[in-house]
Write a protein that binds this ligand. Structure first.
Ligand SMILES: C[S@@+](CC[C@H](N)C(=O)[O-])C[C@H]1O[C@@H](n2cnc3c(N)ncnc32)[C@H](O)[C@@H]1O
Length: 259
């Protein structure tokens, strides 16, 4: 199965879990997104890898016209149903991939992707597409799990992530995001980061991780060097802390014209 199909399959069978997951449905980052577009009914926003729609709901509730894009038609069905239930009429869904966006140039003023980019097979291609569909001077917010800069912690994180979810590609380091954004022609981002504690049972439960792989994750943690377990705050039951980053930038007017 190819990567896009694998991700669509993994998430298409977990829609309800993502709608109700506290990790996804809650967070100050959602309020912050809403505040950024507050009362701007002319704001055309795109949410890439919308999942069960939490970022889209925050933007639409604040008044933006939102397009919620995802690979998984099942996720989009749940987003459309939930938007209707919440009375969010300025929200439409669109099936597609982040690295091949089905939109004309400069279609959006505001782009966000939240907890999705670590599944994308080609982030540089997706960033080029984002720069194509964003208005010159438009805002891009990337919210995603990031690897610590320590190679040891980075390797361990990718290992447990791919054991938990076969559609995992990479939790990039902030330094890698900075380089990829610059390469795609975005201005240097401002960044914030915070940690989220992943409660082990619900973390693997959301993805229906097979028992053999759950056992393998416990074994990886058990044999991991002490300094890595301390840095990632691994607990006896396998719960651990993930680092999340908010990277905010603008598409540069000049570099857009130069191309
Ligand atoms: C963890 S969920 C996203 C959560 C959601 N954005 C939120 O704020 O709660 C990840 C989503 O990314 C989608 N996805 C994965 N790869 C994608 C790609 N290349 N293009 C678009 N969507 C993708 C998956 O189908 C899934 O619905």
């Amino acid at each position: 199965m190819k990567q896009h199909a694998l991700a669509a399959h993994q998430f298409g069978t977990s829609t309800a879990a993502y709608l109700t997951s506290a990790v996804h449905a809650q967070g100050q980052d959602l309020q912050r997104l809403g505040a950024m577009v507050q009362a701007d009914q002319t704001c055309r926003a795109l949410d890439l890898g919308c999942g069960a729609g939490h970022a889209s709901f925050a933007l639409a509730a604040a008044g933006a016209q939102v397009t919620a894009l995802d690979l998984s038609p099942a996720m989009l069905d749940i987003v459309a149903q939930e938007a209707q239930a919440r009375g969010l009429h300025g929200l439409q869904t669109c099936q597609g991939a982040a690295d091949k966006l089905p939109f004309a140039d400069a279609s959006f003023d505001f782009l966000v992707t939240r907890f999705s980019a670590h599944h994308w097979p080609d982030v540089p291609a997706a960033l080029r597409e984002m720069r194509r569909v964003i208005e010159p001077g438009g805002t891009l917010v990337i919210i995603d799990v990031v690897a610590l800069e320590s190679p040891l912690c980075d390797t361990l994180l990718q290992t447990v992530e791919i054991l938990r979810d076969a559609s995992h590609v990479r939790d990039y380091r902030v330094s890698e995001w900075r380089a990829m954004l610059q390469q795609a022609g975005f201005a240097a981002p401002s960044t914030d980061d915070w940690t989220l504690t992943m409660e082990f049972a619900s973390w693997v439960g959301r993805m229906r991780t097979p028992a053999l792989r759950v056992q393998a994750i416990h074994d990886v943690w058990a044999r991991a060097p002490q300094e890595a377990r301390e840095a990632m705050r691994v607990q006896a039951d396998g719960s651990f802390d993930l680092s999340v980053a908010w990277l905010q930038t603008r598409s540069s007017v000049d570099s857009k014209r130069a191309n």
